[in-house]
Design a binder for this molecule. Structure first.
Ligand code: HPA
Length: 285
């Protein structure tokens, strides 16, 4: 193992030890990564312990409006969860390793299910701002991969990516959406490095590549989680139509405004999904 891999192993161990110390007797089974403007979900966690990033070694402080800077662990929808309010994007200058540090620490803490939310631009022509989209698959176009380098303990060299978004969890999500009357599309998410939004030509290219939505997160977190065998589910809020499809220039203000408008539906969907997750130790769903 190279020195840098040793450093990364130590970083993950130090971060997870600091989190574990604050969890006391809590044993989260599920982690929820909250995207732009989705931090509200953390306020619905009861018996909560809040762990600011400044108390976790190696965790950077968020630099983007709409992204919090704490982990919130406790009970949500009758389950033990840990929510990451504020993720680390590569466009902030973080390496793929730092951007996936929280996910890897969750893995060390025994989390087996990862639910991710994100804000994304809509490419599919019938999407509108406010559409919720379950990820069926992704295109990692960030040109980065958090697994480059020595294989970390508990991870695989060549993880299979033929089912990155767990089929059973997606089934639960569809069922909850149907029962609660929530419109839930399903499609392919293209992850780009950012921080610029795309040009219209780039969006046309992504459309031809089979992408239904585009954003700047999620794919590398899912790669790190899959390398540890964690089951993943991800939901995009289509906060705007992508460049060239939208008649108006894109703005972070629009992204935040739409995320805020649909947060009730998204929160209800996630609550229903978590409630139905298979109990730990139970046969797979
Ligand atoms: N492109 C990339 N990322 C995004 C977008 C977009 O249009 N909207 C929200 N995040």
């Amino acid at each position: 193992m190279t020195d840098s891999a040793g450093d990364l192993v130590r970083m993950i161990a130090d971060a997870s030890a600091a989190i574990r110390a604050r969890l006391a007797s809590r044993r989260p089974e599920t982690a929820i990564v909250l995207g732009s403007g989705m931090g509200f979900l953390a306020s619905q966690v009861t018996d909560a312990v809040r762990i600011p990033y400044r108390d976790i070694p190696g965790f950077p402080l968020p630099t983007v409006e709409g992204h919090g800077g704490e982990l919130v662990a406790g009970r949500f929808a009758g389950r033990e969860i840990i929510a990451q309010s504020g993720r680390f994007h590569m466009y902030e200058g973080h390496s793929a390793e730092v951007s996936t540090l929280a996910v890897r620490a969750f893995g060390e803490l025994g989390v087996r299910t990862l639910i991710l939310t994100n804000a994304a631009g809509g490419i599919r022509r019938n999407f509108t701002a406010g559409t919720l989209m379950l990820l069926s698959d992704h295109l990692n176009l960030t040109a980065r991969n958090p697994l480059v380098g020595a294989v970390l303990p508990g991870e695989e060299r060549f993880p299979d990516m033929s089912d990155p978004y767990d089929a059973a969890l997606r089934g639960i999500a569809r069922e909850v959406a149907r029962e609660r009357g929530i419109m839930l599309a399903e499609g392919v998410y293209a992850a780009l490095l950012g921080p610029t939004y795309e040009t219209p030509s780039e969006v046309r290219m992504l459309e031809r590549l089979g992408a239904d939505a585009v954003g700047m997160s999620t794919a590398i977190e899912v790669i790190a989680a899959r390398a540890r065998g964690m089951r993943c589910l991800a939901i995009s809020t289509i906060t705007n139509l992508a460049a060239g499809i939208s008649p108006v220039p894109l703005s972070h203000a629009e992204v935040m405004e739409t995320a805020n408008r649909v947060k009730g539906e998204l929160g209800s969907l996630i609550e229903g999904i978590v409630e139905r997750l298979p109990q730990p130790g139970a046969a797979t769903a």
